[in-house]
Ligand binder design. Structure first.
Ligand code: SAH
Ligand code: SF4
Ligand code: F3S
Length: 439
């Protein structure tokens, strides 16, 4: 048996792809391992979203190179994911330890690339967008799916926000056929999944076409998956405010298995920054959208992504972002300093913001977001919430699960409850999670 170590950077779509690469390489005799030290093959599944993400990849490649040198070159090294797509040949030139480079739409070709390499022939870089033949080419998975499983339904992005590399690294928007997705959801549930998280860079722009030529929305897809008995919970991420259709908003009120938590990135609360970013909506349109979703599902919690220090962002623009945060009241958010990405329009903008200003703004924003997050967690204390148990927790006696709002909860309970939903009385807030007991 050979051993495969996969290190995953970036978003959930990369996590999904890593799992599929493991499935793909299993028939070649590769079993997963937790450390590169005892691996025969290492895959770095990379992210290109911010400069730091890319730096991490090259520093990891430095460590891998030492490991490989120490073994006289007996280690197969592949770079996959968005940096592979964006930098292809450059990676091979800069990091000689790398044997193969494969983009996010081409990794189904890994087995043939490995075979070619063994023969000492052929291309070492595969980075085109072959019209998403990937999903047809991937094998039926047989491995344990885990209690909460990712399922990519849509890939790519046509929105071209001015700061973002995703349209270049993941290619144009493409939705998988609903039958294929439903079959995969059934397979995941047969392999132990009780929660399915539907993934896409613009998941709510999903428009799949079935065998009869009928077009499906994300709401229709969710309704179909909700019909699978063993699927107890459904989530989806990441959504764009512009694609939040009426039927999807209504689904939040109608479909009980659809969890009351929505990641709806807004990036900024300033209309001029939103316009410059090409987000194509205003801050008030976003506020109205939040209000309509809350009307459909009053207990829904929101999260978002924010960028501070976008080129030209003034103090007043930043204040507008803080105001939007206060108005919406988020459960949990991600926030980033703007990172200029080669090839994107914003990178060429003149009024770049000083790093010190970005840091100061990020600090203020994160304090506000954290206070909202703490308040949301505190509000859970004393409540009884349904928890889906996912895995063993700290110590032998605990297991850990998540509330409908995605908060992790540690509970003393038997391992046999993993994979089931049970009401839990929330008792306390610890470092990054809640503590409770079976109700
Ligand atoms: N499709 C999602 C975003 C995917 S990227 C959406 O439209 O919201 C995830 C997050 O990374 C983005 O929401 C954004 O906040 C952040 N991000 C993307 N490009 C960035 C950049 N150049 N600098 C800093 N943050 C960035
Ligand atoms: Fe990037 Fe914008 Fe597409 Fe999101 S919608 S992936 S931020 S270009
Ligand atoms: Fe990163 Fe690519 Fe995801 S750039 S965030 S891994 S789509």
């Amino acid at each position: 048996m050979k051993k495969l170590f996969i290190k995953t950077y970036g978003c959930q779509m990369n996590a999904y792809d890593s799992a599929r690469m493991a499935d793909l390489l299993a028939p070649l005799g590769y079993a997963g391992t937790e450390t590169p030290e005892d691996a025969d093959m290492v895959i770095l599944n990379t992210c290109h979203i911010r400069e730091r993400a890319v730096e991490k990849v090259y520093s990891e490649l430095g460590r891998i190179r030492k490991l490989k040198d120490g073994r006289d070159g007996r280690l197969l090294v592949a770079v996959a994911g968005c940096t592979a797509q964006a930098e292809g040949e450059e990676i091979i030139a800069r990091a000689p330890a790398v044997d193969l480079v494969v983009g996010p739409q081409s990794y189904h070709r890994l087995p043939e690339m490995i075979a070619r390499l063994a023969r000492g022939a052929g291309e070492r870089v595969e980075a085109d967008f072959p019209a998403l033949e990937k999903f047809d080419a991937l094998p039926q998975a047989v491995s344990d799916a885990g209690v909460s499983a990712f399922l990519t339904v849509q890939e790519g992005c046509d929105k071209f926000c001015t700061f973002c590399v995703v349209p270049y690294t993941r290619g144009p928007e493409h939705s998988r056929a609903p039958e294929q997705i439903i079959a995969e959801a059934r397979s995941l549930s047969a392999r132990g999944a009780r929660e399915i998280v539907l993934l896409g860079q613009n998941v709510n722009a999903y428009r799949g076409t079935d065998a009869n030529g009928k077009s499906w929305s994300l709401a229709q897809l969710i309704a179909a998956i909700a019909g699978i008995e063993d699927v107890l919970r459904i989530r989806y991420t990441t959504s764009h405010p512009r694609d939040m259709g009426d039927d999807l908003i209504k689904a939040h009120g109608d479909i009980e298995k659809l969890m009351p938590f929505l990641h709806l990135p807004v990036q900024s609360g300033s209309d001029s920054v939103l316009a410059a970013m090409n987000r194509q909506h205003t801050a008030d349109q976003y506020r109205e959208l939040i209000a309509r979703i809350r009307e459909s599902r009053p207990d829904i919690a929101f999260s978002s992504d924010f960028i501070v220090g976008y080129p030209g962002e003034s103090d007043a623009d930043f204040e507008a972002t803080l105001q939007l945060v206060r108005d919406v009241d988020y459960a949990q958010c991600f926030s980033f300093k703007y990172s200029a990405r080669p090839g994107t329009p914003a990178a060429a903008a003149k009024k770049q913001i000083a790093e010190s200003v970005k840091s100061a703004r990020l600090d203020v924003l994160q304090k506000l977001l954290l206070s909202q997050q703490d308040a949301a967690n505190e509000a859970a204390i004393g409540k009884t919430l349904d928890v889906l148990f996912e895995k063993p927790g700290r110590g032998a006696t605990q297991i850990v699960g998540r509330t409908p709002h995605l908060n992790p909860v540690h509970v003393v309970a038997p391992q046999s409850m993993i994979g089931t939903i049970h009401p839990v009385r929330i008792e306390a807030l610890t470092a990054n999670s809640l503590k409770g007991s079976l109700a």
